[in-house]
Design a protein around this ligand. Structure first.
Ligand SMILES: [Zn+2]
Length: 191
């Protein structure tokens, strides 16, 4: 175990350990760097320790991850998923791997950065376009905001992603049609 922690301390992959109840018991230095770079210094260091991993996942995506952890614990096989985790400035794609550490019933989660580039299509804030009764519907996965004109168009509005981090914005999480089709095809009740 100590050897593994030493390895994770050096790893550029954003990694953490969960106990059998899915509580975060260790985060590596790459996690701290990532949290700070993403305007979430409150998650750096010891502060995430003890919190439940599933509490950080939007409700709409929870079933996928709960199922995955169950499967990993049952089979011992590594589970992998590509997902988006964009900041206001950069579109990013990560590969998550979940390992089961059988001797302790713990989970190791690693996230390696696959792609990072500036956003290509960004939109400005406009309360008439995105707000309905003071609430924005944001894709839980790509963080695009849904237009309220019934067109089912979702736009990346950096300012809303920024405000979301500060919890200054009322957001209801959904899943845009692209993310549903490409990343969560088995999540029927997503929207
Ligand atoms: Zn999306």
């Amino acid at each position: 175990m100590y050897r593994m922690i030493r390895m994770l301390d050096q790893s550029p992959e954003v990694s953490f350990l969960l106990d059998s109840e899915h509580r975060i018991i260790y985060t590596n230095p790459a996690w701290d760097l990532f949290a700070e770079a993403n305007g979430a210094p409150q998650l750096a260091g010891e502060t995430a320790i003890g919190s439940n991993f599933f509490d950080s996942i939007p409700k709409v995506l929870k079933p996928v991850y709960m199922r995955a952890f169950k499967q990993v614990a049952k089979t011992g096989l590594i589970w992998e998923k590509t997902y988006k985790w964009s900041s206001p400035e950069h579109a990013r794609r990560f590969r998550m791997k979940v390992y089961f550490l059988e001797r302790r019933n713990w989970f190791l989660v690693t996230n390696s950065l696959l792609v990072e580039r500036p956003h290509r299509n960004i939109h400005g804030t406009d309360s008439d376009t995105y707000f309905s009764r003071g609430i924005i519907t944001m894709c839980a996965h790509c963080r695009c905001s849904k237009r309220v004109d019934g067109s089912n168009r979702w736009d990346f509005v950096p300012e809303y992603v920024r405000l979301k981090g500060l919890q200054a914005l009322k957001i209801s999480h959904g899943l845009c049609s692209i993310c549903q089709a490409h990343f969560y095809p088995h999540l029927d009740s997503a929207r």
